[in-house]
Design a binder for this molecule. Structure first.
Ligand SMILES: NC(=O)c1ccc[n+]([C@@H]2O[C@H](COP(=O)([O-])OP(=O)(O)OC[C@H]3O[C@@H](n4cnc5c(N)ncnc54)[C@H](OP(=O)(O)O)[C@@H]3O)[C@@H](O)[C@H]2O)c1
Length: 249
């Protein structure tokens, strides 16, 4: 049995390790966006498939028996492609998505927005120093509203677009600690934190630090994801795959 694991997340790496340990032939797929990606155990491939048709061809050529889409909650295109391609190729698909941060007690105090453009407007209206943690892609959406603001943009790889002189680029990669995030918000004079609803524990310390310091939080809602059954934990995803190997117990 061969499983294609659409990855690029910590959950995907954990699932790859669990499937390798269970003797399942798994191929992890990475988009190739970051310069030095953390590589999962088992076989890997890097780069886009070439849209839905390319993915269908890849599934057929490599005789894939099942696909797990464990990509980031905001990687909406590849997830939609996986739904369409698996349907066309007749391959079962599971979505593994960590829960968002919406059930945290402080979530009710955040400003929830639909996209980065709206996040920029809301952050500008709130005023004061801004910490952007929404990633390198889409940074330009923040420029018009925050051109003259004091902005720290935290990214894994350097941005490809020129940013205003009042902005600072901070290259860093999680996981982050409460102490480190508190220090960052304090020393940079941050009054507004902008984040996507990525979920998970590796990058949530910024939310605790913001709550403790009274920093406003602007959260971009997750894009709609439908078309495949979904689980929230690596354990459930392993069970789903192994059920396909051994049949229901
Ligand atoms: N978006 C985020 O905030 C974020 C954060 C952390 C990690 N990531 C990871 O970074 C990758 C790219 O994210 P994105 O938001 O740019 O994706 P996206 O907008 O959903 O996908 C754009 C295109 O990138 C290719 N692609 C994306 N993920 C791929 C994968 N795992 N394997 C092979 N090709 C992939 C596909 O190209 P083709 O059409 O040519 O197949 C897809 O059409 C994902 O794997 C995701 O898990 C994303």
């Amino acid at each position: 049995m061969t499983v294609l694991l659409l990855g690029g997340t910590g959950e995907a790496r954990a699932l790859a390790a669990a499937l390798v340990a269970a003797d399942v032939d798994v191929v992890s797929s990475l988009a190739g966006r970051v310069a030095r990606p953390a590589l999962p155990e088992g076989r890997t491939r890097v780069g886009g498939f070439g849209g839905v048709d390319g993915l269908v061809a890849w599934l057929r050529q490599h005789r894939v028996d099942a696909v797990v889409d464990a990509t980031h909650p905001f990687a909406a295109t590849i997830s939609a492609n996986a739904v369409a391609a698996c349907s066309a190729a007749g391959v079962p698909l599971l979505r593994l998505a960590r829960p968002g941060w919406g059930s945290r007690p402080d979530a009710a105090t955040w400003r929830w927005v639909d996209d980065t453009g709206e996040a920029a407007t809301v952050a500008a209206d709130l005023g004061g120093g801004v910490l952007l943690t929404t990633g390198r892609q889409g940074l330009e959406a923040f420029v018009p509203a925050l051109r003259d603001a004091s902005v720290v943009a935290r990214v894994v790889d350097p941005p490809e677009v020129a940013l205003p002189p009042s902005w600072t680029v901070l290259q860093d990669r999680g996981p982050y600690t409460l102490e480190g995030e508190t220090e960052l918000l304090r020393t940079r004079g941050v009054r507004v934190l902008v984040t996507k609803d990525s979920g998970g524990a590796l990058t949530s310390a910024k939310l605790d630090a913001a709550a403790a310091l009274g920093v406003a939080v602007v959260v971009v809602r997750r894009p709609d994801r439908s078309g495949a059954p979904s689980v929230a934990t690596v354990h459930e995803a392993v069970t789903w795959v192994l059920t396909r190997v051994t049949g229901p117990r």
